[in-house]
Design a protein. Sequence first.
Length: 242
Amino acid sequence: MALQRGEMPNVLVTDFDGTMTRHDFYKRVLESLLPPDTPDFWAEYRSGAITHFEGLRRYFASIRASEAEVLAVVDRMELDSQLPRAVSELRVAGWDVVVTSAGCEWYIRRLLGAAGVELEVHSNPGRFVAGQGLLLEMPIGSPYLSPTLGVNKMEVVRRFIAAGKRVAFAGDGFPDADPARLVPSNLRFAKGDLAEVLTREGLEFQPFDAWFEIAHSLLQYPEMTAEQKKVLGEAKAALSKE
């Protein structure tokens, strides 16, 4: 009998923007959706003047485009086209996938839904209002509430470690450094700003370019039983016929 979500012995906790997608939403926003006189909120965040959450909140609230234009930008984030197949193969091998993002659930759910992928997601809620932009909100009531990021990714990772799961983490940004440090180097996947931080600290990690590469790496582990390998092979064969 196939394991259900929550029953799997392994968990891949993954960032979304720039990790499961090729591009970050906020960077696409900066490129095409903001008035030319918008302040440099990212510089304010990097200097410590405002939090990461507040920086994104201000950028998203500065959007003065139609919802259709914003959704077109969401589509240009380029979700990994191999995501559905990779998630299916991981589940067969006993890996659950959990998304943790300091971005906004509004566009994450849209992209995952369009790809036909259902995942546990911990992110900041939001809603689009014409003339007011994308209104980012704190995830009040979440057990992972963070005053600086909205979502405390480190606590998500800790939860699964405490539950006795084997945990992998993947990310690309500065907020991903703390959770990445909690997992073993062979289960720590990084690129972009996260890779630079870990390199400066002398911490080993597994580099990746596209998200499906992470799945391929995790599927190579010898801890997989012979039965799991057999089921995985059958699943791959079935997927190749679709």
